[in-house]
Design a binder for this molecule. Structure first.
Ligand code: NAG
Ligand code: NAG
Ligand code: NAG
Length: 220
């Protein structure tokens, strides 16, 4: 009981502190009125975080500012067959300032994750603002919901011919090194076909966002 009370008090204090911090860095941007990149949060060098109550927008923000994510798949490795397994994958949802929300990947059959996906295409992608300097700059622990993080679940699918150009442009502009990755690895473009979204961006538990709400967000 005492433990619970202390937690709530701490949560309240953290919330107050967060609001104060948010006010500090949000108001100068508001003061200037615009939404262009000139309003990037000075401390973290990111565009301003969308209002935390707009979970769909926060999810799109996190996806867009992250250059990579941890993708969990079900392992096909003999030693851990059937168990969860996650690896770091570079990704992009579009050129800076023009995110589509679709996480695109450049994959090779030589990757452990890809072997797993060939047997079971279900996967969950986790991305967090801890990958940017936002959380450190604002003093948010990576596990704190104030350090906004999201889980996107779905299936990883190869993109079709018509979508290859978009995937390639999205990835190569943010990961120029990919252009020189050895062709012997048979790289191909893929995306996460999102079916479920969880957003942790404030106290009170994860928020559920539907793919419809997520893709409905318009980016200015
Ligand atoms: C390719 O994929 C896109 C996006 O999923 C879809 O809109 C389009 O209809 C597909 N094209 C073909 C030829 O299957
Ligand atoms: C994406 O997932 C939905 C829901 O499971 C499915 O209906 C659809 O066919 C999938 N699209 C692709 C390109 O795999
Ligand atoms: C899509 O966005 C419009 C405009 O912001 C909003 O009115 C509508 O409710 C949204 N629909 C969904 C499914 O989120």
């Amino acid at each position: 009981m005492a433990g619970r009370t202390r937690w709530s008090a701490r949560a309240l204090l953290a919330a107050l502190l967060a609001s104060a911090l948010l006010a500090l860095f949000v108001s100068p941007a508001r003061g200037r009125g615009g939404r262009d990149h000139g309003d990037w949060d000075e401390a973290s060098r990111l565009p301003p975080l969308p209002p935390r109550e707009d979970a769909a927008r926060v999810a799109r923000f996190v996806t867009h500012v992250c250059d990579w994510g941890a993708l969990a798949t079900i392992s096909t490795l003999e030693a851990v067959r059937g168990r969860p397994f996650s690896d770091v994958l570079s990704l992009s949802d579009g050129p800076p300032g023009a995110g589509s929300g679709v996480p695109y990947f450049y994959l090779s059959p030589l990757q452990l994750s890809v072997s797993n996906l060939q047997e079971n295409p279900y996967a969950t992608l986790t991305m967090t603002l801890a990958q940017t300097n936002f959380c450190k700059k604002h003093g948010f622990d990576p596990q704190s919901p104030l350090c906004a993080h999201i889980m996107l679940s779905g299936t990883v699918t190869k993109v079709n011919e018509t979508e290859v150009d978009i995937a390639k442009h999205s990835l190569f502009i943010r990961h120029p090194e990919m252009k020189t990755w050895p062709s012997s690895h048979n790289w191909f473009f893929a995306k996460l076909n999102i079916t479920n979204i969880w957003v942790l961006d404030y106290f009170g538990g994860p928020k559920i966002v539907t793919p419809e709400e997520y893709y409905n967000v318009t980016v200015e």
